[in-house]
Write a protein that binds this ligand. Structure first.
Ligand code: ATP
Length: 352
């Protein structure tokens, strides 16, 4: 396997505090790899170590098989796009993109050719002479990416580059970035606290928590087969319950809801059920599906994301249920009783 980056037991301590705790992973060449985690989990520190702005306390990292020990940032085949983009405000688009090449003292015709090619690739032809301050947020984003990619790095590091954009533009840029990465083929390592960004764009996602990787997997597997309760709670919406006991194939939530789940070989402390896993008014007698009596607290209308906030009658546990896009359920209202089905495989249990 061709790995563009290999991280081997990398730890970073600031005094007594361990920001990155013995992390190991490999990144395949040409992929879109995301590091996803909440504030303070260590993702920026990890990115800064790859770029060479921070030096690891222990462990090693290799780019294209070569150890980066003692290699300064400017000698590493990586480039970084920051959240604030750090464009040169007094320069036009063309000059921003050309800057790094000129600093490398490349011949003028080569600089011109490479800048032209890059602006074509990111869809900025016609904007060459525009000042970067006169561009939209999305266009500025593309200038920042072009300015990095024109230097032909092995890896492009992206530090929450969509964080400062408004929601609509962010949604649009997610798709643009994914398509751009596939077209260009440069490895992207993208850090974000936004799970939807990570899921939509990435080939692989590492979920980080307190300096460690909880799970490194494809977006689909993270969602469908979370390895830990942290991942189950962090990736996608989920209904989380504390479990007070498990005996004879029956789980009991802290508040007293009973659920059938055969064959667990451990005592779980947490269980999760996705909002879309619930089946409204299922036919009776379906195998492996149990029925739960609920009452609707509120209908949370949000177009195709409409949900029902409900309580389980037996325990008063709160649950969120996705409402199918189906006229049959449009008449539902607050206070209605519901029979809700759940397949036993859709009850995910964890030790802690
Ligand atoms: P955010 O999304 O908020 O930027 P993050 O996951 O990127 O969070 P890091 O910036 O990597 O988190 O920080 C991880 C931890 O290390 C934090 O608790 C932070 O306070 C600490 N830390 C980072 N840099 C330093 C430093 N130079 N000195 C001391 N502590 C630091």
């Amino acid at each position: 396997m061709d790995y563009v980056l290999e991280i081997k037991n990398v730890t970073k301590r600031f005094g007594d505090f361990t920001a990155v705790d013995s992390v190991s992973f490999d990144v395949e060449d040409g992929g879109f790899f995301s590091i996803l985690g909440g504030s303070g989990c260590g993702k920026t520190t990890l990115l800064r170590m790859i770029a060479g702005f921070e030096i690891e306390t222990e462990g090693d990292l290799l780019i294209r098989g070569e150890s980066m020990k003692g290699i300064p940032p400017e000698k590493r085949a990586v480039n970084i796009v920051f959240q604030n983009l750090a464009l040169f405000p007094m320069m036009n688009v063309e000059k921003n993109v050309a800057f790094g090449l000129q600093r490398q003292k490349l011949p003028k015709p080569e600089v011109e050719t490479r800048v032209k090619e890059m602006l074509e690739r990111v869809g900025l032809v016609g904007f060459e002479k525009k000042n970067v301050n006169d561009l939209s947020g999305g266009q500025r984003q593309r200038v920042a990416i072009a300015r990095s990619l024109v230097l032909r790095p092995s890896i492009l590091l992206l530090d929450e580059p969509l964080g400062a954009l408004d929601r609509k533009l962010r949604e649009h840029m997610k798709i643009e970035l994914k398509v751009l990465q596939k077209e260009i083929g440069t490895t992207f390592i993208y850090i974000t606290h936004d799970q939807s960004e990570a899921l939509v764009m990435s080939d692989k996602v590492a979920v980080m928590n307190e300096g460690r990787f909880e799970q490194l997997d494809t977006p689909k597997n993270l969602y469908k087969h979370p390895a830990t309760s942290f991942v189950a709670g962090f990736v996608g919406e989920n209904n989380e319950f504390d479990v007070s006991g498990y005996a004879d194939g029956e789980l009991k939530t802290q508040n007293g809801c009973r659920l059938i789940k055969q064959g667990l070989d451990f005592q779980p402390q947490k269980l999760f059920m996705r909002p879309e896993a619930f089946i409204l008014n299922p036919s009776e007698g379906l195998s492996d599906i149990q029925l739960i009596d609920m009452r609707i607290k509120a209908i949370l209308f949000d177009g195709s994301n409409t949900k029902i906030s409900a309580i389980i009658k037996e325990s008063n546990d709160d649950v969120l249920i996705s409402l199918p896009q189906n006229a049959e359920f449009e008449a539902l209202k607050e206070g209605d009783d519901l029979k809700v089905g759940i397949h036993r495989d859709d009850i995910k249990c964890f030790r802690r």
